[in-house]
Design a protein around this ligand. Sequence first.
Ligand SMILES: Cc1ncc(COP(=O)(O)O)c(C=O)c1O
Length: 397
Amino acid sequence: MKVPFVDLQAQHLPIKKEITQAINKVILRGDFVLGEDVERFENEFAAFCGVRYGVGVDSGLSALELALRAYGIGPGDEVIVPVMTFIATAAAVSFTGAEPVFVDVDPLTYCIDTRQVEAAITPRTRAIIPVHLYGLPADMFVLMRMADEHNLVVIEDAAQAHGARYRGRRVGSLGHAGAFSFYPSKNLGGFGDGGMVITNDRRVADKVRAMRNCGQFERNRHELPPYNHRLDTIQAAVLRVKLRYLDDWNRDRIAIAREYNKLLEQSNVVPPLSKEGRQHVYHLYVVWSVGRDSLRAQLQEREIATGVHYPNPVHLQPFYSYKNLGWGAFPIAEELCRNILSLPMYPGMPILHTYIVASTINELAGGSMNGHRGLQILDAVSLPSDGQVLGHDSVPA
Ligand SMILES: Cc1ncc(COP(=O)(O)O)c(C=O)c1O
């Protein structure tokens, strides 16, 4: 039986009628650009997250970049970002003219390592971008305390964590601003690209609103850089319908993750960690497995699709080669990139598929985990064997 990695149809078919009606209304009104649904969706999503303002934009990357720009971050400034993330987190900083300063991630949560953040702060540091990676909130309490102490801005990259909670509060509402992506496969995804900045700071919201629409605070007066980063009305209409189901879909993801956790208990793969006070919404269910590539290939042979998020950390991307940061600069992220595997996960995934994936992994990577999860990852990083790093399939030059 084929097991897909995601199946968006499983999400769309039950609500197809509602979505079609919402799109048809936009077509009838003809307000395709910054129409009625955009403002409604902004208000509804901001309320859902527990903040005052939401500004819809055309992608998660734009949300990050415009949030940074709204805080006046640009050339000469430094912004601390984790290397274990999608390139957009760092690219948004680079596009403002500021310099992304990379730090490693925590081996237990895979989110930004707060001790390294503290060590990376310089007089030029203006902001920190924690990423709620795979749906697990980063340690916002520690980061906000640090930000207060050093007068820094915290912009949450919540592109993978719509609806997740940290100590009861939704992510995106904990920092000075939150940036979301509505890429189709996200926990809340549109029928194309989209994003949003949320904040309680009215001036920041106004600036993002002006910048996304040709730099205008008022019509025909272009005060700020005249970008076009608007969210399409049709996307907003689709997202408004889907927002009503987000909590249910996240509950479904959490139930699937619990099932995986239980079924994989006796396997040799390390399941994702969920920490007290942090609600993981499992945008991705990512396990760590020695010999990831061969496990992945064997799963593929049995028609079980998997993913790797991500095969390379950001500091090793060619775009950042000017920084001359080679292998070894951020060992935890490098180790993760070599040995993590994303298993099929989406709302509406048949429970049978969870069993098929887990039993196949148990068969291929059997045995019981010894040692604390995460500590194995540390071991893998620090125990060299024959000039290689233990637990790696290959060590690139
Ligand atoms: C962590 C993270 N940040 C930012 C983005 C950028 O979002 P978008 O693709 O909508 O620009 C993504 C998208 O995959 C992401 O996963």
